[in-house]
Design a protein around this ligand. Structure first.
Ligand code: FE2
Length: 323
């Protein structure tokens, strides 16, 4: 594992993840956490929900606590195809350095600061807010695999069924009780050994139909291919999820079936364990993500938060359409 204390980063250290060199671990120092929590101690979660500009203010407060180095580092790493993912942790989150802010509230404000250092979150239509909190428990009656504990959630990209771009995803763990298993699973598109087989296929660039179950509150269908426009260098980016793509003929159905089988048996997929208060930040079009199954426990409980959004150059998607 390579650890970096220099390269101009102040108030945090970086290292590569032991299972995969692409994933960068960022650890905010105790001093940075303390400094940030002091600056935001006058704000509560509701005020940040009601006033969008406050989200930028708290993002700037965090960046200032690192002498404006954290924002640049995160953006560079998430946009760089060779990395494109960060596991962000805090050296300490003791009560003594949270300056009176509740642990869960601090977590929400921290991920809000992070999302506004790398862009702007999209409205999450499931929650009606810029973020969504949800619980995973032992039993569940929902209409997708999101909250179901006893099965592996297959690898996918987010935002497949909405019209606006989804450049990045933040997945944060806020609380965990009686949990064994349920690690995040991630795979970089370039590490998928069957990539060429599916990318060179005649259906790779064909528009497919996508929709979502009622809980997502999205009342339309979208149309796009699995493989999106390439980045400048010409490498493929992906937008795939098995549950929400609707094949309209046998060729599409079998292409998608084989893709799902290939992804679920890919050896290069790796597990990432998130501690309470940590978050994964991934470039959504070059990393697929999923979740391993949990070991059953009747009092299993996990509180998660997610944000999905765009880089600043991709904001105003609906406005641009009308120009
Ligand atoms: Fe997801």
């Amino acid at each position: 594992m390579k650890t970096s204390l220099n390269k101009g980063n102040v108030g945090f250290v970086t290292s590569s993840h032991p299972s995969n060199e692409r994933l960068q671990i960022v650890t905010l120092s105790r001093n940075t956490v303390n400094n940030f929590s002091e600056k935001i101690s006058n704000f509560d979660v509701q005020s940040v929900e009601y006033k969008p500009f406050l989200r930028f203010f708290i993002a700037n407060s965090l960046n200032q606590a690192t002498q404006n180095t954290l924002g640049n580092y995160l953006l560079k790493t998430i946009k760089d195809r060779s990395t494109g993912a960060v596991l962000l942790e805090c050296e300490s989150m003791d009560d003594s350095i949270l300056n009176g802010t509740d642990f869960i509230d601090f977590n929400i404000l921290l991920s809000t600061a992070i999302s506004h250092l790398i862009g702007v979150p999209n409205l999450d239509s499931m929650s009606g807010k810029f973020y969504a909190r949800f619980s995973v428990k032992n039993e569940d009656n929902s209409d997708s695999y999101l909250r179901q504990a006893h099965r592996r959630m297959e690898l996918h990209n987010d935002g497949t069924y909405v019209k606006e771009p989804t450049d990045w995803v933040i997945m944060q763990k806020m609380l965990e009780v009686n949990v064994d298993g349920g690690d995040s699973l991630i795979l970089h598109v370039d590490d998928w050994q069957d990539l060429d087989k599916f990318y060179q296929h005649p259906l790779a660039k064909e528009n497919l139909q996508w929709s979502s179950p009622a809980s997502k509150n999205v009342g339309y269908k979208t149309y796009h291919p699995i493989f999106l426009d390439e980045q400048v260098e010409g490498e493929p980016r992906m937008s795939f999820i098995d549950q929400f793509v609707e094949p309209l003929n046998m060729d599409q159905g079998l292409y998608l079936y084989e893709m799902g089988e290939s992804l679920e048996t890919e050896d290069n997929t790796f597990n990432v364990q998130l501690l309470e208060g940590s978050m994964l930040i991934i470039n959504n079009y070059i990393w697929l993500h999923g979740r391993d199954k949990f070991v059953p426990h009747k009092n299993l409980h996990r509180e998660l938060l997610r944000q999905r959004g765009v880089f600043v150059e991709n904001t105003g998607y609906d406005n641009k359409k009308n120009v």
